[in-house]
Ligand binder design. Structure first.
Ligand code: S3P
Length: 168
């Protein structure tokens, strides 16, 4: 059984890439946000507003840790904040491979601006200072993402190389 965890900012493309990788590897694909919603019967924005971020992060960690019991190989697209809380990054590294999807900040801004709905963390940014605040958040999170042993575009250049790395 092998596991690949994808980390990166909102809009980086974790789910899109994760689905493609899982399909090519014939592994299962999971999206952590979808798993949280399925298990807790509420959407991510509902959980954020009902519980607050602190308690949401506890739920997120619990659902993440539940992947320990999987018996078939899988790719998991984590949430943008997942590796930045508790020991989540260390835990993922112990369970399998971790790949950082290092999408350019300009591209992230392009994808996320005006797409705040369904993303409570973006909604909490001041609209008139959206770009600046998003880049500050990205800067705070980057050191966590960089703890991933694999970085797309750096030590693995493309999907073929990710697959090769997983099979070797
Ligand atoms: C979050 C990212 C979201 C989701 C939640 C919080 C974050 O996941 O987990 O809204 O803190 O960056 P995506 O990265 O899949 O949008």
């Amino acid at each position: 059984m092998k596991a690949l965890f994808l980390v990166g900012f909102m809009g980086a493309g974790k789910s899109t890439l994760g689905k493609e990788l899982a399909q090519r590897l014939s592994w299962d694909f999971y999206d952590l946000d979808e798993e949280i919603e399925r298990i807790h019967h509420h959407s991510i924005p509902e959980l954020f507003s009902e519980l607050g971020e602190t308690k949401f992060r506890v739920l997120e960690k619990e659902v993440l840790n539940g992947f320990e019991t999987k018996t078939a190989s899988f790719v998991l697209a984590s949430g943008g904040g997942t590796p930045c809380f508790f020991d989540n990054m260390e835990w993922m590294k112990k369970q399998g491979e971790v790949l950082f999807i290092d999408t350019e900040p300009r591209e992230l801004l392009r994808r996320l601006k005006g797409k705040e709905s369904g993303r409570p963390v973006l909604k909490s940014l001041k609209p008139e200072r959206f770009e600046e605040e998003m880049l500050i958040l990205l800067g705070k999170r980057r050191p966590f993402y960089l703890q991933a042993p694999w970085i797309l575009g750096k030590n693995v250049r493309n999907i073929d190389e990710v697959i090769h790395m997983l099979n070797s």
